[in-house]
Design a protein around this ligand. Structure first.
Ligand SMILES: Cc1cc2nc3c(=O)[nH]c(=O)nc-3n(C[C@H](O)[C@H](O)[C@H](O)COP(=O)(O)O)c2cc1C
Length: 326
């Protein structure tokens, strides 16, 4: 069974539904050196009673390949169809398969998938085990958990269940389901998972800056770190590179272009996706203003912009901006 993880650096881009599709991932992966960004994950694919066909998994993975691996994430509750999908994912070219035990949505909860399974460590183990058996050592199977449902009392038990099932790496999003995305990330929980298992642990939750990547490793003993929302606001967080307003604007324009040409988004849909990033955006001094408050007002003005054309014109203007230094 390969336990060797294919990542090219310890820093990973988190799976994010509605964002980390091939259009977004490709633009990030083509800009970042494999020594900085070590790998990424797809958004989760929901597996119900029937396995997902290989062609759909291929589409989810996207056609382009980079130096870094992109793991395909699955979320389901029944070992049979999830394992059959994991097998098909490998046939579709996935270099690793990840299982989602963290999704807090009501839909997942109702179907006893995602974070609902954290209440049943034996089911976490069974799902991981079934997928590990199905992929038969061709690629590693990893698992991503939250720290618990309402509290973190069973964290070690859940981590050990994933390990016992054969997970090659465990990502720990340090919030519980009940904590949602609130700003109360407790990295001590990641350290507890590290102490509980022998497999590599990837720390996740409120990594906000490039320096935090090393800090989370130092403070918790995790081997890898995963960045979610901060990477939506600054895709260069993995390299620590300070980019220009033009780099930032070009990223967003290329993203809109990919959505329109590859996914056939209309202008309004593409603008909606770009605004989703603008909500988090911190890179490149994109928003102008003499004070923090003025820059935040500028952000909200752009978020309220109703005309995609005006949004593109603003970004084109910023993309053409020349940075002058004195
Ligand atoms: C918009 C959005 C979508 C997400 N979708 C997924 C997903 O598909 N699979 C998953 O395991 N986690 C998902 N997450 C959780 C993130 O992967 C990550 O665990 C979480 O945001 C905490 O990391 P952060 O504090 O760096 O953002 C999502 C988070 C956000 C904000």
């Amino acid at each position: 069974m390969p336990t060797t993880l294919p990542f090219t650096s310890p820093w990973l881009l988190a799976p994010m539904e509605g964002v980390t599709d091939p259009c977004f991932r490709d633009i990030v992966l083509e800009r970042l050196d494999p020594r900085d960004l070590g790998g990424a994950y797809t958004e989760f694919m929901r597996v119900s009673l029937l396995p997902i066909p290989e062609w759909k998994l291929r589409e989810w993975l996207g056609a382009r390949r980079y130096g870094q691996p992109v793991g395909l994430q699955l979320m389901g509750s029944e070992p049979g169809p999830v394992a059959a999908t994991a097998d098909a994912a490998v046939c579709a070219g996935a270099p690793l398969v990840d299982l989602n035990f963290g999704c807090p949505s009501k839909g997942a909860w109702k179907d006893c998938a995602g974070s609902a399974l954290l209440a049943y460590p034996e089911r976490v183990e069974a799902l991981v085990r079934a997928c590990v058996a199905a992929v038969g050592g061709r690629v590693p199977v990893t698992a991503k958990i939250r720290s618990g449902v309402k509290d973190d009392r069973r964290l070690e038990e859940i981590a050990k269940a994933a390990e016992a099932g054969g997970a090659a790496m465990l990502t720990v999003h340090c919030r519980t389901r009940e904590e949602g995305y609130r700003d109360c990330a407790d990295w001590g929980r990641i350290a507890r998972a590290v102490a509980a298992v022998k497999i590599p642990v990837c720390g996740n939750g409120s990594v906000e800056t490039h320096a935090d990547l090393e800090r989370i490793r130092r403070e918790t003993g995790c081997t890898h770190a995963m960045v979610g929302r901060a990477a939506l606001g600054n895709p260069w967080i993995f390299s620590g590179r300070d980019v220009s307003p033009a780099d930032a604007a070009r990223f967003l324009l290329d993203y809109a272009d990919a959505l329109r040409t590859r996914r056939k988004f209309r202008d309004l849909g593409a603008a909606g996706r770009v605004k989703k990033l603008l909500f988090f955006w911190t890179a490149g001094g994109l928003f102008e203003g003499a004070t923090e408050q003025a820059r935040e007002e500028e952000r909200y003005r752009r978020l309220r912009e109703e005309s995609p054309g005006r949004l593109w014109s603003w970004l084109e203007e910023r993309a053409a901006a020349v940075v002058t230094s004195c």
